[in-house]
Design a protein around this ligand. Structure first.
Ligand SMILES: [Zn+2]
Length: 699
C-alpha cells in the first residue's frame, strides 16, 4: 500500500516551444524551476543543477568554458538567474594541482572565489566540485524521496543495480565536498555509458548532453524508482497500524494544548515559532508499530537532519486512551531527557575544533494518533523543517518496506551538523530582529491602528494574527502584509471580541498557526457620541460590550495561554485620551475607555509574578485610516464643534499642545515599544500619543 505521494508518476513538463530560443543559462534556469516545482523530486533548498557553457571572456574576448551552477542558498524551484554562480572551468580543473588530500578538502572552498567568472557576486556552494568534475555538459543533483529510500536501505548498492542495471551507478556515503567531486569524475571515466549515480544515504546525480536530456533522464530515473516501489513495497506502511488516528477536530484540540507548553519549555534561548502537520503521510507514521524504532534511527539525507536535528522527540501520548493532562505533566521531563541525550551525542562526537554546542532542543515532536509539531526560530523554518521530516518519513516508508532502513552514522551526522563551513554560514547570518520568533495577536487588526501595529511588529520579525469582524478588510490586510513580509508571517481570524466562544476559537486558531502567543494588542473598538439623556441602554451596552467586556475576554484568553506557556507575556491596550479626560456628550464611550485603563492596571498587578506585562497606549484623534472615524462619529464630532468634517483634522492638530496630527503609525510605534524588550521593566503604564493634551497628563 502506497500513498498517492509516492504512487503517482512525475510528469515530463519540458515544453520545446518554451525552451526554443532560450540561451543555455536560460534553459538551465527553466530546467531548475521545473525540477524544483515538485517536492518528490527534491526537498526545499535541496539539490542543485549546472551547465557548462561557452562564454566570451570579458578580458580577452576569447571563448572560454564556464560552469553555471546553483550558488549557495536559495531553492531550485524559485531560483532566478542571479542565483547561479559562474566559474571558469579551466581554473576549477587547475585546483586539482593544489589539492592536498581528503583531510584538507575543506580548504578548497576558499579557492572557489578565485575561479569566479565575470565578477559574479553569487557565492559558489560546497557542491560546486561535484558538478565541475562530472565530465558532462548538463548535471542534476536531486534529493528525491524514492531514490533516497533506495540510498538509505541497508543493501542500497544491490537495490540500485537491481532496479537500474548498469545505467545508474552507486557510490558509498561520502560527505559532499571536493573529494566527492573527484569520486564522481572517476566514476564517469570508468563508466562512460552510465546516465547517473546513486549516492548512498544521500541522493541522485544524473546528466545529459543537452538541458532537455538531463531533465528527462532525472524524471525517468525517479519514475522508475517510484514504479519499482509500487510493485515491491506492497505490505502495510511501517509494518502496520498499532494506534488509532483521532478525528481531525480532536487532533487540532490536542495540538493546541501541547504547542504552547512545548514552546515555553524550549524558548529560553530564543523564542520559537511552531507548525502543525497532520497530513496522511505523517498520520501513517505516528500510528504505526515502527514509530519508536524508526524515529530513533534518525534521518538519512544530510539535508534532512540539518533541518530536523539528528532525531525527533516522540511525545508520550496514547490515542487509544487520550489523557492530555498526563502528557502535559510529562513534557518537562521528556524535553529534559532529549536535551541530555543531545548533549551526550555532542560530547561523544565532538572534535578538538568543533564549534560550541547549539540549541539542544528537538525540532520535531511526533504525537501518536495526532500528528507532527515542529518548532524553529521562525515560521518558515518550522514549516520547511516539517516538510523535510515528511521527506524523511517517505524515505523510511520506502526503505523499511523493501529492506532495512539505515540512518546516517552518528559521527557522520555530527560532522555535517558541526561542520566548520556550516558554522561559518551561521555566523554570517544577519542578527535576528528584535521581535524574531515572537507571536502577536492584534484585535481590530484590519483597521487603521490595528494594521499599522501589525505592520510595525512584522517589520521587527514578529508573526501576527489579525483578528477582526470585517471579513473583507481582514482579507485585504492579510494580503497586503503577506505580500510585504511573506505569507508565513501573518494569519487572520474572524473574531467578534464580545463573544466568549469566538474569542476562544480565534486564540485557538492562533495557537495552531504559530504554536503560542507572546503579545496581545487589544485594539478593536468603536466610538459613539450622545448626550446622556439620549444615550439608550443599547448604546451604553454596546460600548461596554466591545470596549470593557471585549478587552476583558481577549485578555483572559491571553492570560490563560501565557500561564500554560510559562514564558511571560505582554498585553498592550489601545485605550483613549477619553479614558482619562472626561468629554461631554460621550459618557458611554468615555466610561468604557476608563474601564479599559483600570482593567489594564488590575491585570498588571495579577500578571507581574508570571512576568506578564500590561500597558496602555492612549491615542487621541487618529483620523486617518480609522474605521471609527469613517462613520457617524466623525459627523457627530464635526457637528459638536460646529464645523465641516474635513476641517476636523486641522481642528485636532491646532487643539494639541505640539500642533501636530497623530497618525496610526505613531500609535503603532508606542505599541511596539511596550510590546518589545525595550520596555522590559515597565508594567501598569500609560503612554499618551496625542501630540500633547494637558487634560490627559497622567498622575
Ligand atoms: Zn545533496
Amino acid at each position: 500500500m502506497l500513498d498517492k505521494h509516492q504512487g503517482a508518476r512525475l510528469a515530463n513538463l519540458w515544453d520545446d516551444g518554451k525552451a526554443a530560443g532560450m540561451t543555455e543559462p536560460e534553459k538551465l534556469l527553466y530546467r531548475s524551476n521545473l525540477l524544483g516545482s515538485d517536492k518528490r523530486i527534491t526537498n526545499y533548498g535541496g539539490g542543485n543543477t549546472s551547465a557548462k557553457v561557452m562564454e566570451k571572456d570579458p578580458l580577452t574576448g576569447e571563448m572560454v568554458e564556464v560552469l553555471w551552477v546553483k550558488g549557495s542558498g536559495g531553492d531550485v524551484g524559485t531560483i532566478k538567474m542571479d542565483g547561479f554562480s559562474t566559474l571558469y572551468m579551466d581554473k576549477l580543473r587547475a585546483l586539482k594541482g593544489i589539492y592536498r588530500g581528503v583531510e584538507f578538502e575543506d580548504e578548497m572552498v576558499g579557492y572557489l572565489p578565485h575561479c569566479t567568472f565575470n565578477l559574479n557576486p553569487r557565492a559558489a556552494s560546497i557542491d560546486t566540485p561535484l558538478h565541475a568534475y562530472v565530465p558532462k555538459p548538463h548535471v542534476d543533483h536531486m534529493h528525491p524521496d524514492a531514490i533516497i529510500a533506495i540510498a538509505a536501505s541497508k543493501n542500497s548498492r544491490e537495490l540500485t543495480s537491481k532496479i537500474f542495471g548498469d545505467e545508474i551507478g552507486w557510490l558509498p556515503w561520502k560527505r559532499p565536498g571536493y573529494e566527492l567531486g573527484l569520486w564522481l569524475e572517476k566514476f564517469c571515466q570508468e563508466n562512460p555509458d552510465a546516465r547517473g549515480v546513486v549516492l548512498e544515504s544521500h541522493g541522485l546525480f544524473t546528466w545529459g548532453d543537452t538541458a532537455k536530456e538531463a531533465y528527462e533522464t532525472t524524471i525517468e530515473i525517479i519514475n522508475r524508482a517510484i514504479a519499482w516501489f509500487e510493485t515491491e513495497n506492497t505490505g502495510p506502511a511501517f509494518g502496520g497500524r498499532s494506534k488509532p488516528v483521532l478525528a481531525a477536530a480532536d487532533r487540532a484540540a490536542i495540538a493546541k494544548k501541547l504547542m504552547p507548553v512545548i514552546r515555553g519549555l524550549i524558548s529560553a534561548g530564543e523564542s520559537k515559532v511552531g507548525h502543525f502537520d497532520d497530513s496522511q503521510a505523517v498520520l501513517d507514521f505516528v500510528t504505526s508499530t515502527s514509530l519508536e524504532p524508526l524515529a530513533a534511527l534518525g534521518t538519512s539525507c544530510p539535508d534532512h537532519f540539518l533541518r530536523t536535528k539528528i532525531r525527533p522527540l516522540v511525545v508520550d501520548f496514547d490515542p487509544a486512551q487520550p489523557d492530555v493532562g498526563n502528557t502535559l505533566a510529562g513534557l518537562p521531563e521528556a524535553i529534559a531527557t532529549y536535551r541530555a541525550d543531545y548533549a551526550a551525542y555532542y560530547e561523544r562526537c565532538k572534535r578538538a575544533d568543533s564549534p560550541a554546542m547549539r540549541d539542544p532542543n528537538a525540532v520535531v515532536y511526533l504525537v501518536p494518533g495526532v500528528g507532527m509539531i515542529t518548532f524553529a526560530k521562525d515560521k518558515a523554518t518550522a514549516r520547511t523543517s516539517a516538510e523535510f521530516y515528511v521527506n524523511a518519513i517517505n524515505v523510511m516508508r520506502g526503505a523499511s518496506g523493501v529492506s532495512t532502513y539505515v540512518g546516517l552514522p552518528e559521527q557522520e551526522a555530527f560532522d555535517i551538523e558541526y561542520w566548520l563551513l556550516e558554522e561559518a554560514k551561521l555566523q554570517r547570518m544577519p542578527k535576528p530582529k528584535s521581535l524574531a520568533g515572537r507571536i502577536a495577536l492584534v484585535t481590530g487588526g484590519a483597521g487603521g491602528i490595528g494594521k499599522a501595529t501589525a505592520n510595525r511588529l512584522m517589520q521587527e520579525g514578529a508573526c501576527v494574527v489579525l483578528a477582526d469582524i470585517d471579513e473583507t478588510a481582514l482579507e485585504a490586510a492579510q494580503t497586503e502584509l503577506s505580500t510585504r513580509y511573506g505569507k508565513d508571517f501573518v494569519r487572520s481570524v474572524n473574531m467578534n471580541v464580545t463573544s466568549e466562544a469566538a474569542v476562544e476559537s480565534g486564540f485557538g486558531d492562533a495557537l495552531l498557526a504559530f504554536g503560542g502567543l507572546d503579545i496581545l494588542v487589544s485594539n478593536a473598538g468603536l466610538a459613539t457620541s450622545a448626550a446622556v439623556e439620549d444615550t439608550t441602554l443599547a448604546l451604553w451596552n454596546k460600548n461596554m460590550d466591545i470596549l470593557a467586556t471585549g478587552y476583558f475576554l481577549v485578555s483572559r484568553e491571553a492570560f490563560r495561554i501565557f500561564r500554560s506557556q510559562k514564558a511571560g507575556g505582554n498585553v498592550v491596550f489601545v485605550a483613549s485620551k477619553n479614558g482619562l479626560a472626561a468629554s461631554p456628550g460621550a459618557s458611554a464611550y468615555c466610561t468604557a475607555k476608563a474601564a479599559e485603563i483600570h482593567l489594564a492596571r488590575c491585570l498588571a498587578l495579577e500578571g507581574a509574578s508570571a512576568q506578564i506585562r500590561v500597558n496602555v497606549v492612549n491615542p487621541d484623534a487618529v483620523l486617518r485610516g480609522s474605521k471609527i472615524w469613517t462613520g457617524e462619529w466623525k459627523e457627530q464630532r464635526a457637528a459638536a464643534y460646529k464645523m465641516d468634517v474635513d476641517e476636523l483634522e486641522a481642528h485636532y492638530r491646532e487643539r494639541s499642545m505640539l500642533k501636530l496630527s497623530v497618525f496610526p503609525e505613531d500609535i503603532a510605534e508606542a505599541i511596539y515599544f511596550l510590546a518589545s524588550d525595550m520596555s522590559a521593566k515597565s508594567t501598569g503604564n500609560i503612554v499618551n500619543v496625542d501630540a500633547g493634551n494637558a487634560q490627559s497628563f497622567t498622575r
